[in-house]
Design a protein around this ligand. Sequence first.
Ligand SMILES: NC(=O)c1ccc[n+]([C@@H]2O[C@H](COP(=O)([O-])OP(=O)(O)OC[C@H]3O[C@@H](n4cnc5c(N)ncnc54)[C@H](OP(=O)(O)O)[C@@H]3O)[C@@H](O)[C@H]2O)c1
Length: 278
Amino acid sequence: MKAVILGASGLLGKALMREWIGDEVVGFGSRDVDIRDANHVREVVEKTRPGWIVLAAAYTNVDDSESHPDLAFAVNRDGAVNVAQAAKRAGAKLLFLSSDYVFDGKKSSPYETEDARNPQSVYGRSKAEAELHLLEVLPECCIARTSWLFGKGGKCFPDTILKLAGSRPVLDVVNDQRGCPTYSVDLARAIIELCRNQARGIVHTTNAGNCSWFEFAREIVKGAGLATEVRPVSSQQMARPAPRPPYSVLSAQSLRQYGIGLPTWQDALKRYLQERKN
Ligand SMILES: NC(=O)c1ccc[n+]([C@@H]2O[C@H](COP(=O)([O-])OP(=O)(O)OC[C@H]3O[C@@H](n4cnc5c(N)ncnc54)[C@H](OP(=O)(O)O)[C@@H]3O)[C@@H](O)[C@H]2O)c1
């Protein structure tokens, strides 16, 4: 099997490039291929002739998307459609990375793949619209929704907390948003398995368990052996430009259908803190 990774220079893309062993894998960052350029995307796909394309490229700045909606939609929705059209033309399979932010967060039990989308932010809308377009262009594509990604090689929540904890005695962290932290290494391994299992349709792909950002931060500080106090605060006290779903836990049911089960986020965090030391 030959795979093309679009977004290979990002957090997930780097993990995919490291973890994908045993197949031919070619990775592209935005400087190699801008997914907004339909012609270039088509040329690259025709030239590389992959069996699978993993579309991890995205405009991922959730807050800045609110003030740059044109950019968010151009990359996340229209760029994804360009890739789907190129995949269809070349007979390649496509796995697209989507987000828990396609949901409004009003549920109090884990979101299943068939739950209604109702994004509350520009970023979430760009991903939700991408999903709908992709399912029209390439109905057999795979949409892997994930959440709260962390890992080596990019900006992530544990790194921010550890940096702040190094210089402040107390950290205030929101306690009224719940989700599933997901380690880029575990997500990459699951994606590789999904491609090898010829996955199609929507799959929720996160580490097991869930927590609030406050609980996540407390575990990070504890895991790093720091004495910093972590205090729970509300989203209202820490206003951000983009609204976040208060509850965006994704059910593991769809992933289990492929015989894949990811470790807990606490286990994943331990391995990440170890990886940071190396
Ligand atoms: N991070 C999260 O918490 C999270 C949560 C849910 C879903 N996701 C989704 O998971 C996927 C991977 O996320 P990530 O955190 O790995 O993202 P990331 O670290 O921000 O990386 C984004 C990647 O997309 C590339 N890119 C940006 N604009 C592009 C364009 N116009 N054309 C081609 N490539 C472009 C970047 O290339 P350069 O490096 O060259 O700029 C980079 O390789 C994304 O689809 C994201 O929406 C992420």
